[in-house]
Design a protein around this ligand. Structure first.
Ligand code: GLP
Length: 269
């Protein structure tokens, strides 16, 4: 795992957007795995700017989001479909037909959604780059602590901690779903490259457990230690509980020299 500690959340957004734009510039028909939540918002907004500056095009890209709530429809402003349209898709030149979320249609059996989503990802050629945030409890997507490390897209019950963390997005009295359909941990690990973002002090414990703790289902993000190509972009606050911080900074400096000569994880724009 390449741990890249940046000054602040803005730098994380900038770097993340640059890496995604770089991928699209070298592979215009790339398949992106996307995440929701507060963390990647600034990165999406930066990508919109890059698009407007004509430094990236999404015309041939395909996207698969990690997860979607169960029990609210796509038009509900709280759905992840609404989030993606509002914050990102409606401001770039992506074909909406090429954007996918694991949504369950009305009256559809939610257990049928996962296998169908897995087949769609496979048919698209697999995910080239998966963007992830991380929950304060170490979840990725909605794979809560205890999720099978071999799990595939399926229905998950949200943990109390997640419901509390995400409740800020809901008005008082507004219906907050307790179930979601999420890519599984094995689905996420199938991606060729993974870009995980974490910002703020409240993520520091989960980041430390992800990078320096044991690989365990109790911290689902820790499975990323087993993946061959992961870049973790963190700000100073999210990095604050990492014990091996000096080493990551040293490795970044050394890698920078190598990147300049031989290319990097992904080419920045
Ligand atoms: C949510 C999402 C995750 C997200 C995480 C962190 O519940 N399912 O995909 O990465 O929790 O969210 P935030 O970035 O708002 O802290």
């Amino acid at each position: 795992m390449e741990v890249i500690v940046l000054d602040d959340a803005q730098a994380v957004a900038q770097k993340g957007a640059g890496l995604i734009a770089g991928l699209l510039n070298s592979k215009p028909a790339a398949v992106l795995g996307l995440a929701t939540g507060r963390t990647p918002l600034a990165m999406y907004h930066r990508l919109v700017e890059l698009y407007k500056e004509r430094r990236v095009s999404f015309a041939d890209a395909t996207t698969f989001n990690l997860d979607e709530y169960l029990g609210i429809d796509a038009h509900n402003p709280q759905s992840y479909r609404s989030y993606m349209d509002r914050e990102f898709f409606h401001h770039i030149n992506i074909k909406l037909a090429n954007t996918h979320l694991p949504a369950c249609a009305e009256r559809e059996n939610p257990r049928h959604v996962g296998p169908r989503y897995e087949a769609m990802i496979r048919d698209a050629g697999g995910v080239d780059l998966q963007v992830l945030g991380i929950g304060q409890n170490g979840h990725i997507g909605f794979n809560e602590p205890g999720s099978s490390l071999g799990s595939r897209t399926r229905v998950k019950t949200l943990a109390e901690r997640t419901l509390k963390d995400n409740s800020q997005a809901f008005e008082k009295g507004e219906f907050q779903p307790k179930l979601a359909i999420t890519m599984g941990i094995a689905t996420i690990c199938d991606a060729r490259k993974i870009l995980i973002l974490a910002t703020g002090k409240h993520k520091s414990q989960a980041v430390a457990a992800t990078v320096e703790g044991p690989v365990t289902a109790w911290c689902p993000a820790s499975i990323l230690q087993m993946h061959e190509s992961v870049a973790l972009l963190v700000d100073q606050e999210a990095a604050s509980q990492l014990k091996n911080r000096d080493y990551y900074a040293l490795a970044c400096r050394e890698n920078e020299a190598l990147h300049q000569r031989f290319g990097q994880f992904l080419e920045d724009v």
